[in-house]
Design a protein around this ligand. Structure first.
Ligand code: 5RP
Length: 225
């Protein structure tokens, strides 16, 4: 078992009968979905799930997990997902994938958001290792790029993997990957980005985390807010 599998296994033990559980996106979230499916078939766990992306929908379907469409729920008990960075105050950076909007909706709608990482994801400040992904309405990208520059960010449009076009999210947004030169903290940056028109969503998750499960050297550290 690697560290990602270990944290996924630990988080899955928090799932109880009758819960509505949000399924995250990414390699760590996939391990969680697998363990959840195992518990449903071997431990007779009875739950319903809501997926945060097309990829996690397909994964859940393949494993036979009962899925609810997001438009059919107004709350969840638990949401479990990975992250790209976790700051000491549990602010997160997410969204190197294409489903940031759904991910943040689920993180906001749940009673408990459990974040699964390995030690490489811990950072002193958000934006230390990755640019901040910002989903923008396609016609607004230049205006948003300029607004972001006024708060110290240098944004470039994300390209497709083979660099022959622009990356487009599940909702038809473009993505500005923004590097912030200053040491502005994640919480402040979250507030400033929330105030810019034309931004559909951005990758800073502030004040949403209930617990961080961090795998390192064969162990899992649980940190609860
Ligand atoms: C996708 C995400 C992922 O949770 C994040 O990129 C972590 O992925 P992984 O578990 O594969 O390291 O935010 O938008």
């Amino acid at each position: 078992m690697n560290d990602k599998q270990r944290v996924a296994y630990s988080a899955a033990q928090h799932v109880k009968n009758g819960m509505i559980v949000g399924l995250g996106t990414g390699s760590t979230a996939n391990y969680f979905i697998e363990e959840l499916a195992r518990r449903c078939s071997e431990d007779s766990l009875r739950i319903q799930t809501v997926a945060s992306s097309v990829v996690s929908t397909i994964k859940a379907q393949q494993l036979g997990l009962p899925l609810l469409a997001m438009e059919h729920v107004n709350r969840l008990d638990l949401y479990v997902d990975g992250a790209d960075e976790v700051a000491p105050d549990m602010t997160l950076l997410k969204g190197q994938g294409y489903d940031l909007v759904r991910e943040k909706l689920l993180a906001k709608a749940c009673d408990s958001f459990l974040v699964l990482i390995d030690a490489s994801k811990r950072v002193k400040r958000i934006g230390q290792n990755f640019p901040v992904p910002i989903e923008v309405m396609p016609f607004a990208w230049r205006l948003v790029q300029r607004s972001v520059a006024t708060i110290g960010g240098h944004g470039t449009l994300r390209q497709t993997a083979n660099q022959d076009g622009l990356a487009v999210t599940s909702h038809g947004s473009l993505v500005l990957d923004v590097v912030f030169e200053s040491n502005i903290d994640g919480k402040t940056l979250n507030e400033r980005l929330n105030a810019i028109p034309g931004i559909v969503e951005h990758g800073i998750f502030s004040g949403l985390t209930r617990a961080v499960f961090c795998g390192h050297d064969g162990q899992v550290d649980e940190e609860w807010a």
